[in-house]
Design a protein around this ligand. Structure first.
Ligand SMILES: NC(=O)c1ccc[n+]([C@@H]2O[C@H](COP(=O)([O-])OP(=O)(O)OC[C@H]3O[C@@H](n4cnc5c(N)ncnc54)[C@H](OP(=O)(O)O)[C@@H]3O)[C@@H](O)[C@H]2O)c1
Length: 281
């Protein structure tokens, strides 16, 4: 796969599967901008990726994607730098064992994993539409299976569980992708989402205690490598096979069905409206 000169933005490109995807896409000839919250780490990763890719067309943009001001800061820097965007890979995400609020007063899992994708995509839509053929790729998860969204309690104010909030945020990624695909139908932009598999990254390490231990043991026994886990993201970002595919959920580089509830268009629409309100769009 050669994708010479494509402008690709990868959120959460400083670690895990986002970093591997950024490296592979850069090696395939793309200009890659990674978005992350830590300036020093971001610049170090850029140096690493330049060496791996053998070219200098790799940059870093800073922004904490769990807060509105951070998303706006990242988007300001991206739009200064890029006249058009060919691929937006929404990948930054995490699980938070304890319920916390961001400085915007929003539950952190929902804020980062769902509203982060929603807001950066909305704010970059003009740059995506400026590309002759753009792709939005949302990293969701098979963890969405079994989850339901409570539209009256999107931020889990009642009875928070970190795992359930994470599952719901990944279901929200799928609703968002399907609703987005319906809204951009007929434009030059596509939107798809994916499950990367269970991957041995730093995912979950931000939590202490038993959760970190359980994740650590499970990852050492069962997980894919980061290189394998990045494959579906790389495929959806770059492969000519999916140039005209939109509104699908992928696993192992194949379109598969997501959970039955994820196809509920009424919930997807309501989530969209709530997300607009919560992000000030
Ligand atoms: N690992 C799995 O088994 C698995 C399975 C299914 C889905 N996923 C999904 O895959 C995606 C990537 O996860 P991963 O496994 O690669 O995890 P990871 O190794 O922890 O990497 C997460 C990335 O997101 C960035 N990030 C976290 N919080 C951020 C914030 N507030 N603002 C900006 N960037 C932020 C991290 O930045 P720092 O470098 O600053 O930490 C890092 O680059 C997530 O959406 C996750 O839900 C993972």
């Amino acid at each position: 796969m050669r994708i010479e000169g494509k402008e690709i933005v990868v959120t959460g490109g400083t670690d895990g599967i986002g970093k591997v995807a950024a490296a592979e896409l850069a090696k395939a000839g793309a200009n890659v901008t990674i978005v992350g919250r830590d300036g020093a780490k971001g610049e170090a990763v850029v140096r690493e990726l330049k060496a791996l890719a053998g070219h200098d067309r790799i940059g870093f943009v800073k922004g904490d994607l769990s807060v509105r001001s951070g998303v706006h800061a990242a988007v300001g820097a991206l739009t200064d730098r890029l006249a058009h965007i060919d691929v937006l890979l929404n990948n930054a995400g995490a699980l938070f064992q304890r319920r916390e609020l961001t400085q915007d007063g929003i539950e952190r899992t929902f804020a980062l994993n769902h509203l982060g994708y929603f807001l950066i995509t909305s704010l970059l839509m003009e740059r995506l539409k400026a590309s002759p053929a753009a792709r939005i790729v949302n990293v969701a998860s098979g963890a969405h299976a079994g989850a339901k969204l409570d539209l009256d309690d999107l931020q889990n104010e009642k009875n928070y569980s970190g795992w359930r909030a994470y599952q719901q945020s990944k279901l929200a990624n799928i609703y968002f992708t399907y609703e987005l695909a319906r809204r951009i139908e007929g434009t030059t932009v596509t939107a798809n989402c994916l499950h990367p598999g269970f991957v041995a990254t730093r995912f979950g390490d931000n939590n202490g205690g038993w959760l970190r231990t359980v994740f650590g043991v499970a990852k050492s026994l069962l997980a894919k490598t980061e290189a394998d886990g990045a494959q579906t993201s790389i495929y959806l970002a770059g492969s000519p096979d999916v140039a005209n595919v939109s509104g699908k959920y992928f696993d192992n580089c194949k379109a598969v069905r997501s959970s039955a509830v994820s196809y509920d268009e009424g919930i997807a629409r309501s989530l969209w409206l709530a997300s607009e309100q919560l992000t000030g769009q």
